[in-house]
Design a protein around this ligand. Structure first.
Ligand code: DHB
Ligand code: FE
Length: 282
């Protein structure tokens, strides 16, 4: 039986990817951002997931206003890095675990989560940046250390799903994975956030106190964390802070009791607070 052993929460700030791609991670501005991922890269090597289930959001790269799936599961054989305006990032094509992805698609739909099935999809910084920070530098001709099953959540066009819905989806993802016959170690990523607003009057907003309380609550009281309203995200964490609903899918897929083995919080990276956490099931 496959099992989820741990969850990773991780920001996806695009400039972090650019810093890696242009080899400036040692600069004073970036060094503290990347120092906080050294533990995580070693943890990834030590814990060797067979599969990563990665919850992320697309930023109008694949989905635009013509089609807005709330939850879209990647079922294609592979997912090339998308061109977001400056050419695709020089990172490997993401390979799927297609058999497990189809099983999860079936299990979720029969479990009343009507996800969209993506048989062709490129992936933007929402997915590639968390891969880069957690697995380190891998070039275009290289491969990521394990297959990845992507789940795209709409947090860009109103209405985004509630945190509670995401949390319950996480529980359904767990049921799906645990009913997959092969003995595989799965690590689930919830990505995006932390507080940030990229546009209009409050552009540049960062709320560190709120972000840190969110990380505490996510570890200690995931149900209460999942009840945080859209209005609170918007008011306290800016218009793009709503990306944090994706972390509840990750948390919902874990046990109620988890061990927080690592936390990293740093301001600023571009316009955003960087937040990162590793939770192990106990
Ligand atoms: C930034 C953050 C994001 O989450 C994003 O999708 C794009 C840009 C930023 O802080 O620059
Ligand atoms: Fe984003």
């Amino acid at each position: 039986m496959a099992r989820i052993t741990a969850g990773v929460g991780c920001s996806h700030v695009p400039a972090i990817g650019v810093a890696m791609d242009t080899n400036i991670t040692e600069q004073d501005y970036w060094k503290p951002v990347f120092n906080g991922f050294e533990f995580s890269r070693q943890w990834m090597k030590d814990n060797k997931p067979d599969v990563v289930f990665l919850v992320y959001n697309d930023h109008c790269t694949v989905f635009d206003a013509s089609c807005i799936p709330t939850f879209a599961l990647g079922c294609a054989a592979e997912f090339p890095p998308a061109d977001e305006g400056w050419g695709p990032r020089p990172v490997p094509v993401v390979k799927n675990h297609q058999k497990m992805a189809s099983h999860i698609a079936q299990s979720l739909v029969l479990d009343e989560f009507d996800i969209t099935i993506m048989n062709e999809m490129e992936v933007d910084h929402g997915l590639t940046v968390p891969m880069s920070v957690m697995f380190g530098d891998h070039g275009v001709d290289d491969e990521w250390p394990c297959p990845v099953i992507p789940l795209a959540v709409n947090v860009v066009q109103y209405p985004a799903p509630l945190g509670r819905r995401c949390y319950n989806l996480g529980k359904a993802v767990r049921r799906a994975i645990e009913s997959y016959g092969e003995d595989l170690n799965v690590v689930i990523f919830g990505t995006g956030g932390m507080s940030h607003q990229l546009q209009a009057e409050r552009a540049g907003l960062i709320n560190s106190d709120w972000d840190k309380r969110f990380l505490d609550l996510l570890t200690e009281d995931p149900v209460a964390a999942s009840e945080i309203t859209h209005l609170e995200y918007l008011r306290e964490t800016g218009s793009e802070g709503i990306e944090m609903v994706m972390w509840h899918v990750m948390r919902g897929a874990l046990n109620d009791d988890v061990r927080e083995v690592h936390r990293h919080y740093h301001v600023p990276a571009s316009n955003t607070a960087v937040g990162h956490i590793i939770l192990e099931n106990i």
